[in-house]
Every structure is written in structure tokens, then in C-alpha cells.
Design a protein. Structure first.
Length: 118
């Protein structure tokens, strides 16, 4: 029987090169959720991250959702898109056509070099 060889997803043409690792945690009283993200947040995978936020928001409307990006890298355009959702309280229409209110807060990525301003 021939052996199967696994192929890394990055080697498949047409698939995004950046993978996110996401962990969603809910507090015991269901008043807030923490979405921990690791990896590189790009324009290609931002829609997937918004989908996780939307699904978390639909679990129980009105809960605060903290998006922890401290373990990520992200360019300014991606961060501005996320910050716009924080300001408006809505996800982009392409990610949430229903326009459900979303109490989103973010923890920014750590700057390159790992130094955090005091």
C-alpha cells in the first residue's frame, strides 16, 4: 500500500499563507468572552476572524467581546478595520449582514521587538 504524504497547506496554490490560531473563552456568567488570537492577521484571513467574532456575538447578544491580538502581527489597514468595528459597535456588513450590535474591545498586538510602552 503506498504511503500518504502530508502536504503543508502553505504549499497548496490559492490557499492563504497565514494561519490563525483562535481560542474562544466565555466567563461563567456569560457576560463577556475572550477571543485569543495567535498568528498573522491579514486582509486574507480577517473575514475568518470576523466570522468567529460574529458567532461569539450571536451566542448571547450584548456580551462584551475582548479580541486579544497581543500574540499577533497585523498591518495598519487591518487594525484600522477592527478599530472601526470597535468605534461603531458593528461588524462590517460583509461579515454580518444582519448588523447585530457588537460590544467589541481589542488588546493591540505587541509592537515589533516586544517592547510595550509604559
Amino acid at each position: 500500500m503506498p504511503r500518504r504524504r502530508s502536504v503543508p497547506l502553505s504549499a497548496i496554490p490559492g490557499l492563504p499563507a497565514h494561519k490563525l490560531n483562535v481560542l474562544v473563552g466565555l466567563d461563567s456568567e456569560l457576560t463577556s468572552a475572550l477571543i485569543g488570537v495567535r498568528g498573522a492577521v491579514t486582509a486574507d484571513n480577517l473575514g475568518a476572524l470576523y466570522a468567529v467574532v460574529r458567532r461569539t456575538n450571536s451566542f448571547l447578544g450584548g456580551m462584551e467581546i475582548v479580541l486579544d491580538l497581543s500574540g499577533t502581527t497585523a498591518d495598519a489597514v487591518v487594525l484600522e478595520s477592527i478599530r472601526a468595528s470597535v468605534r461603531t459597535g458593528l461588524l462590517p456588513p460583509a461579515s454580518d449582514p444582519a448588523g447585530a450590535p457588537c460590544r467589541l474591545r481589542i488588546i493591540d498586538p505587541v509592537p515589533a521587538g516586544g517592547l510595550v510602552a509604559a
